[in-house]
Ligand binder design. Sequence first.
Ligand code: ZN
Length: 327
Amino acid sequence: MTHEPVVSHEAEAGDEFETRLKVYEGQRAAVARLGKDPVNAPMIRHWCEAMGDSNPAYSGPDAIAPPTMLQAWTMSGLSGHTRGTHAYDELLGLLDEAGYTSVVATDCEQEYLRPLRPGDEITYDSVIESVSERKTTKLGTGYFVTTRMDIRVGPDLAGTHRFRILKYAPIRRAGREQPSQPDRRQKPARPRPVVSRDNAGFWKGVEQHRLLIQRCIGCGTLRHPWLPGCNACGGLDWDTVEASGEGTVYSYVVMHHPPFPAFDPPYAVGLIELAEGVRMLGNVLGVPYDKVRIGLPVRLEFQACDEELVLPFWRAHGAHEMREAGA
Ligand code: ZN
């Protein structure tokens, strides 16, 4: 990877640009919004089940909500919020116009001041707390924008939620221009996998058409997805084994809705049980989406989705093989 050289006249203009961004510090990002639902026992129960949290404080007649649910009461869901304030939209618009078109959430911090209980009605405000100087990160150069949400029940501050995003101009790889063919413009690229320090080895393997399973050196347990430590023994040392590529459909869903621009629904997504015993998700090919069944034998196949992205897919084979419909 190479960094795009910063052109000097841009650097001078940069100071002026940063001054324009700083104007937004302290401005409101959301004013007097109402939580979509009051704090309620069903959402608390689902959360605790998903987290595997059986703390008795979160159930029964005197239940409180788990403090870390704070953001759940303010989230917009798929239907979205009413739009952000003019100031927040304007700030993001300025960054877009200047070429900082990508966004990634980087971190959040929460403070808890009062427990939330079923029946509590949430209101919240949000303020643009800070806009950083221009920073260069591994993703690209851009600006960190921190918003602080104050969550209230009546007049009481129940907690604060600080949320930081990086608006950045992605680093373009050497020799790879932005796609310009009309068909590429019409169909957005398939979303990229999120590659982290923990799973980088997996994606490196995929690039080389090898499906690598992590193996604990301490106890030999195989694991997927990749994690820093072993859930069986806590060991931190690991190596990998290459998957044979044989598997069966352990479970599946057929995606109809919501439509994502890079995909053509309906299509089947399988939870594949590998011959080695671990499970992973992937598209099931080689049979019509409505003929995918639990237990269907599948075989690994690597496909290039575009010039930068290779993904593992699972193709039905053997007696179940059928002519593919469409996909
Ligand atoms: Zn282990």
